[in-house]
Design a protein around this ligand. Structure first.
Ligand code: SF4
Length: 725
């Protein structure tokens, strides 16, 4: 028998976006996959999650047919029910009573149709996504500085850099193939330096020349201090700044006010002054410097300011969009970037425009020929679920995500959904904590079954390709959304024969919005034939008629997407740290955990900062990686990592259960002594939930404190009390 040819597709796990070669083996499985040697993200490499993909598939535990109110039905009945119930909510309560909560796991085509249906045809602005939890602070700081949400650099820069500063990023576990590339690029280059800035000593520190194990949430002080130092030591690229940027004097003044010298920075960040100086000297002296940052920066009450403080230092030295020199935010999810491209965040409209972009509403409405379009931004994730709880939102459609586990104050999210009159959930598995609360369940196609595109952290569009037949009656998400659009009476607007047609429309819209100042442009792909879409090879946007092969870097010429073409420094003003506790400490559910006094072993012996994150071999809430026995071998149960000195002080032994009590609830975890933890700080992985262990969710204890600019919740430094069970 002739073997089917291996197809090039894209790993669905992290934002690295590795190319995978995969081949069907029968009708319900694929052969073990290999890395695609021609894909520019990974050149054949894969991490264990990627190489285990074949083990996570199959038709077990799949949602096989639509269900309405607990009864299995056909698609027509389910789609009619959705259309009728959404129309009723809209008629009785207005369009703003409807919300969509999307996911960085969706393909760009799914995201595009969801955004169009919600904003253009149902008229609700309330479209947000689990990417709000991932990188929305980075988006806000890019827009502040560059006038657009654009990552200036590319993965090659991580190899070209002579100094790589990894901030709040356990790259070795969370972006493993990039870590492999970074490590390999250092071989034989003794002068190349790597600095890791992280409150935990993680696996990434193995390649660090210097680890700055700072106090959580103090990164902006460290980078404000760097800006002060650059200005004070004459290390600013004066000519570049004068010609290409605005606002440096004010930013330097703000930096000096909060972080005037390495000594003060060392004190606030709880670092050795000599280490702070060593970092500053290396940064000042190394032209080819990349600062790579992720959730440790973004998931903070001051995530946007932390991003701005980093970007300010790159602007001051003219290191933006040059080979081996850029500030580089790396996304967690495989298609967080694609969601940004279509406008899938509540503050966006479409195709990288937002409600403040002059002319954007008229442009998008005319392009979609839609009956209406909201006039102002919608609610971001935390506000959205608050509105579900209050009854302001009466209907929510959740796609490819599990907010009952992943949101902060997760018990409240669960209660809100349990009381919501209409919860629609599209997913490919038959059971998640969120799916269990749905009135209408829609079976979605999963990885290896569906066709579409994703965009990785370096702006590279890649195809995910269908290899296997659909399981049961599952269908692509874009199709289900378009069917509802048609049933609402908008036959032409949602008449898509295939995902290629959706993609062409998305590309054509970018050709319109880029004229208004949007950063996203794939206009050269608007005329792709179905065959060319099937054959599409990885490309970095912008992809224009002038640059049909894509664009590796942006802004290297010093022209930005601001009205005057100049980059903008942002003055990062910071409060005096470690002041007394706020008067209402512990009472306000949105309170800034950094505004309270630091945990103190004598006065508050059980009080800790609570940090959360991913493990190497699991993904999100384990609905897919949990199916692979190989991926359980790394870590088989959840835990709470604590510094040995703290464990001794509290009298708890390795393996003993402890109760973790936060502002939003409690969780019981097994204690793990970990010398990589700072004293006064503990860490737990995010993945476990009731589906897998019944052991509770970390989101259930975390207060929903958010960054005021981005709305991103602070998962990295909430406050908890710990006691032995
Ligand atoms: Fe998949 Fe990320 Fe691993 Fe690449 S690094 S194989 S994208 S999980």
């Amino acid at each position: 028998m002739v073997q089917p040819k291996a197809q090039a597709t894209t790993c669905p796990y992290c934002g690295v976006g590795c190319g995978v070669l995969a081949r069907a083996s029968g009708s319900a499985s694929i052969e073990p996959v290999s890395g695609d040697p021609d894909h520019p993200a990974n050149f054949g490499r894969l991490c264990i999650k990627g190489s285990s993909l074949a083990e996570t598939l199959g038709d077990q535990n799949r949602l096989r047919a639509p269900e309405v109110d607990g009864k299995r039905v056909g698609w027509d009945e389910a789609l009619d029910a959705i259309t009728r119930r959404l129309a009723t909510v809209r008629a009785q309560h207005g369009p703003e009573a409807i919300a969509f909560y999307l996911s960085g796991q969706l393909l760009t085509e799914d995201y595009y149709v969801a955004n169009k249906l919600a904003k253009g045809f149902l008229g609700t602005p309330h479209v947000d996504t689990n990417s709000r939890l991932c990188m929305s602070s980075a988006v806000a700081s890019y827009k502040r500085a560059f006038g657009a949400d654009v990552v200036p650099g590319c993965y090659e820069d991580l190899e070209l850099a002579d100094l790589l500063v990894l901030v709040g990023s356990n790259t070795a576990w969370n972006h493993p193939v990039l870590y492999q590339r970074i490590k390999a690029a250092g071989e034989g280059r003794p002068n190349r330096k790597i600095i890791v800035i992280d409150p935990r000593r993680t696996a990434t520190c193995e390649i660090a020349d210097l680890h700055l194990q700072l106090h959580p949430g103090t990164d902006a002080y460290l980078f404000n201090g760097l800006l002060s130092w650059l200005a004070a030591t004459g290390a600013v690229a004066e000519d570049w700044v004068q010609e290409r940027a605005s606002g440096m004097d004010a930013a330097v003044a703000a930096a000096k006010a909060s972080a005037p010298s390495p000594r003060e920075v060392a004190e606030v960040c709880d670092l050795a002054e000599a280490d702070v100086e060593a970092f500053y000297r290396l940064f000042a002296d190394t032209q080819r410097t990349v600062t790579l940052y992720s959730q440790g920066i973004n998931q903070s009450v001051r995530g946007t300011d932390q991003g701005s403080a980093i970007i300010n230092c790159h602007l001051a030295t003219g290191r933006v969009g040059l080979p081996g020199a850029s500030p580089f935010s790396i996304t967690g999810q495989p298609n967080a970037m694609g969601g940004r491209e279509v406008g899938g965040l509540a503050n966006q409209l479409a195709a990288h425009t937002d409600y403040e972009t002059p002319g954007a509403r008229d442009c998008v409405q005319a392009f979609w020929n839609s009956p209406e379009l909201p006039e102002a931004a919608g609610m971001k994730a935390v506000e959205m679920f608050d509105a579900v709880a209050s009854g302001a939102i009466q209907a929510i459609w959740i796609m490819a995500t599990n907010p009952v586990v992943s949101m902060p104050d997760a018990e409240r999210v669960k209660a809100a959904l349990a009381n919501c009159p209409l919860v629609i959930v599209s997913d490919c598995v038959d059971h998640t904590d969120t799916l269990d609360l749905a009135h209408i369940k829609l079976p979605a196609q999963g990885w290896s079954e569906k066709d579409g595109t994703v965009t990785n952290s370096e702006r590279r569009l890649s195809r995910q390709r269908g290899l296997l037949p659909a399981v049961g009656e599952s269908r692509p998400d874009w199709w289900a959304l378009a069917q509802v659009g048609q049933r609402l009476g908008f036959k032409t607007a949602f008449d898509y024969p295939n995902p290629a047609a959706v993609f062409r429309e998305h590309a054509a819209l970018s050709a319109q919005t880029v004229k208004l100042g949007g950063g996203f442009d794939i206009s050269a792909l608007a005329e792709l034939s179905d065959q060319a879409y099937r054959d599409l090879t990885p490309l970095q946007w912008p992809v224009t008629h002038a640059r049909p092969l894509g664009t590796a870097r942006q802004f290297g010429q010093g022209r930005f997407r601001t009205p005057d073409g100049r980059a903008r420094f942002h003055s990062v003003a910071l409060p005096v740290h470690a002041g007394g506790p706020a008067a209402d400490a512990g009472k306000n559910r949105h309170e800034d955990p950094l505004s309270q006094s630091r945990p103190n072993a004598e006065s508050t012996p059980g009080s800790f900062y609570f940090n959360t994150g991913r493990l190497r071999d699991q993904w999100h809430t384990m609905s897919r990686t949990g199916r692979s026995p190989r991926l359980w071998q790394h870590t088989s149960e959840s835990f709470l990592a604590m510094a040995p000195a703290d464990a001794d002080r509290m009298g708890v032994a390795d393996g003993q259960f402890v109760r973790v009590s936060g502002a939003a609830g409690q969780l019981v975890l097994r204690l793990r002594r970990d010398s990589g933890q700072r004293q006064g700080e503990v860490f737990a992985p995010i993945h476990w939930n009731e589906q897998w262990t019944g052991a509770g969710r970390v989101g259930g204890v975390i207060r929903p404190s958010c960054d005021p600019a981005s709305g991103q919740p602070a998962f990295k430094h909430s406050r908890v009390d710990i006691e032995p069970v």
